[in-house]
Design a protein around this ligand. Sequence first.
Ligand code: FES
Length: 101
Amino acid sequence: MTLLTLQPGGHTADVPPGTSLLDAIRSAGGALAGKCGGEAQCGACHVFVTEGRKGLSRLTSAENARLDTMVGVGSKSRLACQATLSGSEPVTVELLGALSG
Ligand code: FES
């Protein structure tokens, strides 16, 4: 199992390797809206990965292309619907205004 921690709030979930980051965030109680069904189209699942970036799958070309069109994107940016947890290390993500407390 892989430990996912959400910030702000510090909510956590233990999820099996191979779980999408979007599903893992929802398991931890994060209210993250995915509006395109996980197709890397809407950008609504944009998060910052603050720790454990190596514990996630690599960026896909679709994810990279979508991130290129968005504002507020940085080196820690991922689309949660495109990233999966590999299980190699715990992951901490910062939700961008979607979760309070
Ligand atoms: S759910 Fe639409 S880009 Fe991730």
